[in-house]
Design a protein around this ligand. Structure first.
Ligand code: PHE
Length: 348
């Protein structure tokens, strides 16, 4: 007859060799089953001297408990191994995650950049928090000039600069004109500045932070036909070959002459009529794109360029605005772009 200690050692050796739940179950029966090793030992109790029976019984009981515990522990380990085996099954198809998309404004910026890069314009970036000088003085608007009211401005709570005045959030991308003239020192200039701009308005067609894209072209003998040609090129690339543009006289301090650019409406193709009725989108055939004109001599001078030698043109359009005017976009409220509602954004 084996001692309890020997039996335990024997059991532990067998247990260590076990790698599956099935064989563990067999081992359990072998030791703890009705005819198992422990019960076999118990049956032998009659052959033992009565004075030692009590101790023998206790030893067997402890052995039984220990074996039970060790089997349970092993079962847990085997179950754990089994479950990790399942999660690294490399033959299972991968989980698919929902795809993200770029913001509509990001798409527009990429498309606009690409259109102008194709004709040799360089995309530039300038400060978004800027000095008053670059937004106004350098653009032929002295400090008390009423034209500044057209560009309602957020002022920063910051110490003014000795020469450049107060700190502002750029109210238009035209602040980049002087920056670019200073950066290059001398023409030719062909730059496109696409950036955030700020004005305190909030309604269906205005948000306080929006984007503009500004084109600036300065060189010898640049004239208005280059301006019209470039705007036509942009309109046809961005909106479609059939679209036409026109220049309508306007006023800006920093251009002379100045114009507003209109583009034929995509609903009525510039006729102003749909089935004999007035077109509901444009009412008269044309939609407004933005401002443009020949760079004012004072603006060239402020940028260190001789206006007798060089001429140029500039335009500034709203990114959100042109995107909303694109056929098929169907957005009639600019605020939707910035509400962050994923149901709107994921459609594009
Ligand atoms: N900066 C003008 C605006 O924001 C647009 C403009 C740019 C007009 C360049 C003329 C030339 O309204």
């Amino acid at each position: 007859m084996k001692s309890a200690k020997e039996l335990l050692q024997h059991f532990q050796k067998q247990l260590a060799a076990i790698t599956s739940l099935n064989t563990l179950e067999e081992l359990k029966i072998e030791y703890l089953g009705r005819n198992g090793r422990i019960n076999q030992q118990l049956k032998n109790i009659t052959q033992i001297d009565p004075s030692e029976r009590r101790e023998f019984g206790q030893e067997l009981n402890t052995l039984k408990e220990q074996i039970t515990q060790e089997i349970e522990l092993k079962r847990k380990k085997l179950l754990q191994i089994e479950s990790t085996k399942q999660t690294i099954d490399t033959t299972l198809p991968a989980k698919s995650y929902p795809k993200g998309s770029l913001h509509l404004v990001t798409y527009a910026i990429e498309e606009i950049s690409h259109i102008f890069e194709k004709i040799g314009f360089i995309r530039m970036s300038y400060p978004e928090v800027e000095w008053e000088f670059f937004s106004f003085e350098a653009l032929n608007m002295p400090s008390d000039h009423p034209a500044r009211d057209d560009f309602e401005t957020f002022f920063m709570d910051y110490e003014p600069h000795k020469e450049h005045g107060k700190m502002v959030l750029t109210p238009h991308t035209s602040s980049g004109q002087n920056r670019e003239m200073r950066r290059l020192g001398k023409p030719p200039i062909r730059m496109i500045n696409i950036a955030k701009t700020y004005r305190p308005n909030w309604d269906a067609s205005h948000v306080p932070m929006f984007h503009q894209f500004e084109g600036l072209c300065v060189d010898k003998r640049i004239n208005i036909t280059h301006l019209k040609g470039t705007i036509d090129y942009f309109a046809k690339q961005f909106f479609g070959e059939e679209r036409e543009t026109r220049l309508r006289p306007f006023h800006f301090q920093f251009t002379e002459p100045s114009f507003e650019v209109d583009i034929t409406c995509d609903i009525c193709q510039g006729t102003g009529k749909v089935n004999g009725e007035k077109c509901r989108l444009c009412k008269q055939g044309w939609l407004e794109l933005g401002g443009t004109g020949m760079v004012h001599p004072n603006v060239l001078k402020a940028g260190g360029i001789d206006p007798d030698e060089y001429t140029g043109w500039a335009f500034g359009f709203g990114v959100e605005r042109v995107m909303m005017m694109k056929p098929g976009i169907g957005l009639n409220n600019m605020r939707l772009l910035y509400d962050g509602d994923i149901r709107v954004l994921e459609q594009f």
